[in-house]
Design a protein. Structure first.
Length: 672
């Protein structure tokens, strides 16, 4: 076996193992998972153990990951918020570019680099990459005015940096002619206008004729992304500018919580973005830091100047517009990472002989340090911002629709019963939506569809007895989870009720691949049920509230529904709060209707809850766990194991309730 590895299977296999284990290691060390591949790149890269070479394959996949970061940032930009706060984005963009640019020129002249190299050096420090954006997206605060300011400002900052880089390149080659300026200005304007005007029309036409074919739509989006990136090269800009503009162009046509957006996020976060982070880590040579006192001093000075420049831009913007300390620090986290444009400017300057190897090494150290700082600050303060935001109730403008996937005739009635109760709890006049998903090739699904319709007919008769209207749904899909997800999106479902037999399929799954899959890719409130006794026999509701769940956007909505269920079942409610302030829960519950009293009790550990409160569960007890999706506020690893533990309880009836992850204003705009 050759070192560095040359066999493609071995290279890709090692990379996948790195993407699997290093984020887990970072979690144990209480560090952002996103920086795990960076550390891995340092260890296995050419300047570490030398197991992997930073060859064309790594560079290709890393570049794709970088383009995905910028593209998704454009997709998730809140246009309404951007229009409202565009002046803030302009101010921040100018400051974020101008202050580091000026400081960089001063440092460049202090290092005797010369005027043109000093300008290039200012360009190197002025740009930034939204490396912390995936962490911000996970916490659902992308619509916040501070985040919108940072994202909008990034477009201006990087565009200015790339324009200056093009000018420096032209000056170094002696091409600063009138024709050069005319070409640069006109080509840039035509490029931006073409992407932002022509692409939306093309996208609208395509989606009308794509017949909802997921793979075809996915490939179309990728085509727009990479064609825009390729055209930007001909204009004289970096591909990241084209990727960001492509995201803006497709923004209104890719729903934030739709299946296409989920596929894009999954592809980016699971594969390509980790490759980019790995490639950044492989640039690092730790020997640079100890090679000489001068090298260490130069690196430290450049790093300090770069951080101060971005920090000043953030501080001034925060003061001008009255952002909170958390919001200002989040902007800093989003704008501190130096990666794509920084690396491009550095390599161009080195190729032209404007900067030497020592400066290149110093910049690589800066890239590493800031790529660690950015995700760290972004994740830390995005979490704090999510906790501090006002919690809204459900959006009354949307129709409340309940989807009930049916797969087992033996559990159909219990699921429909819960649907009846829930329908009244949320006070909706909409029919119930029983669903069957046939897991079969579309051309061979005729018999299975016929059988599925028979079970739905039984559901119709059962609902008719309760005088509850229903709308039957049948989907044919190769993946049951995708079928549920697609039906929920197409029918604008707000609540999903799913039965679970308590058996886990596969290793380290919470419920099994079907439920885990659609749960990960949907944001509607979801009730995973395991009810063995008729609901009308329940006498007590035991409500389990994990730490920080009160700060979830859908908490009040969930409490209102749970109290509505208890009211209809005429049961008492006992709430057990894990390591949290009872006063907060009592205050929220007190202002939520209906007027059902919840007796809250504090528990210091999960073990105490299991031993003292869940050990003697009766067949007339309904346990409701108010849970959280992974990587959201209130999630912790115990929540993945708890459903299986509840399933082992003797004669246990339980519901795992996942609140709506979309805040009221997240559906069409920002609260701010």
């Amino acid at each position: 076996m050759h070192i560095p590895l040359q066999e493609p299977v071995l290279i890709f296999g090692l990379a996948v193992l790195i993407f699997l284990f290093f984020p887990l290691l970072m979690g144990r060390l209480r560090m952002p998972a996103i920086i795990g591949p960076i550390f891995a790149g340092i260890i296995v890269g050419p300047n570490g153990l030398g197991i992997l070479a930073r060859d064309s394959t790594i560079e290709l996949l890393g570049t794709v990951g970088l383009l995905f970061i910028m593209f998704i940032a454009g997709l998730e930009l809140d246009f309404d918020g951007f229009k409202k706060y565009r002046n803030r984005s302009i101010v921040f963009g100018v400051l974020s570019f101008g202050l580091p640019f000026i400081l960089g020129i001063i440092v460049g002249l202090w290092l005797d680099l010369g005027v043109l190299p000093a300008i290039l050096f200012g360009t190197i420090l002025s740009s930034h990459t939204l490396l912390g954006f995936p962490a911000v997206s996970l916490f659902g605060v992308t619509k916040n005015k501070a985040v919108t300011t940072a994202i909008g400002g990034t477009l201006l900052t990087d565009s200015l940096a790339m324009l200056v880089l093009a000018i420096v390149t032209g000056a170094a080659a002696g091409n600063l002619t009138f024709g050069f300026w005319v070409y640069l200005i006109i080509s840039t304007a035509i490029f931006a206008a073409g992407i932002l005007v022509i692409t939306p029309y093309l996208t609208k036409w395509f989606f009308k004729h794509s017949k909802n074919e997921g793979a075809l739509e996915f490939n179309f989006v990728l085509a727009v992304l990479f064609v825009a990136g390729a055209i930007s090269l001909f204009v004289g800009l970096e591909p990241i500018i084209g990727a960001f503009l492509a995201g803006l162009a497709l923004n209104r046509y890719i729903y934030d919580h739709g299946p296409l957006m989920n596929r894009l996020r999954f592809t980016a976060n699971a594969l390509f973005i980790p490759f980019f982070l790995l490639s950044v880590g492989m640039l690092m040579d730790l020997r640079v830091l100890v090679s000489s006192p001068d090298a260490l001093m130069i690196t430290a000075v450049i790093l300090i100047v770069g951080v101060i420049g971005k920090l000043m831009a953030t501080w001034i913007t925060g003061k001008i517009y009255g952002y909170s300390k958390v919001e200002s620090k989040l902007i800093f986290g989003l704008s501190i990472s130096q990666a794509a444009a920084t690396l491009a400017a550095t390599l161009v300057g080195f190729r032209l002989g404007l900067i030497d190897q020592q400066i290149v090494n110093a910049v690589i150290v800066i890239i590493l340090v800031t790529c660690i700082m950015g995700p760290y600050f972004s994740e830390k303060y995005a979490r704090k911002l999510a906790l501090s935001q006002d919690k809204g109730t459900r959006d009354e403008s949307l129709p409340e629709r309940i989807l009930i996937p049916l797969a087992n005739p033996n559990t159909m009635e219990s699921l429909m019963d819960l649907g009846f109760v829930l329908k009244k709890a949320i006070k909706t006049d909409e029919p119930l939506y029983p669903l069957t998903v046939v897991q079969k090739d579309l051309k061979q699904a005729s018999n299975e569809v016929s059988q599925a319709e028979k079970m739905l007919e039984h559901a119709v008769m059962y609902a008719a007895g309760a005088e509850v209207p229903v709308k039957l749904l049948t989907r044919v899909d190769q993946n049951v989870g995708w079928g549920i997800e697609r039906a929920a999106t197409e029918e604008r479902i707000t609540t999903i009720i799913v039965g679970w037999d308590g058996v886990i399929e596969g290793d380290k799954k919470t419920y099994g691949k079907v439920i885990d899959n659609f749960l990960e890719h949907t944001n509607q409130r979801t009730l995973i049920t395991h009810v063995r006794q008729p609901l009308n026999t329940m006498e007590r509701v035991i409500l389990i509230l994990p730490n920080n769940v009160v700060y979830k956007p859908g908490f009040e909505d969930a409490i209102a529904i749970i109290k509505g269920i208890a009211s209809q079942l005429s049961t008492t409610v006992q709430g057990f709060v894990l390591r949290d302030d009872l006063e907060v829960y009592e205050k929220v519950s007190g202002r939520v209707r209906p007027n059902v009293k919840i007796g809250f009790h504090s528990r210091e550990s999960w073990d105490t809850l299991y031993e003292n409160d869940l050990n003697d569960i009766k067949s007339t007890d309904l346990v409701i766990l108010l849970s959280a999706r992974k990587s959201t506020v209130a999630w912790n690893p115990e929540l993945e194991a708890l459903p299986q533990k509840l399933a082992t309880l003797n004669r246990g009836n339980f519901i795992v309730f996942y609140p709506n992850e979309m805040k009221e204003t997240d559906i069409r705009g920002s609260r701010d």
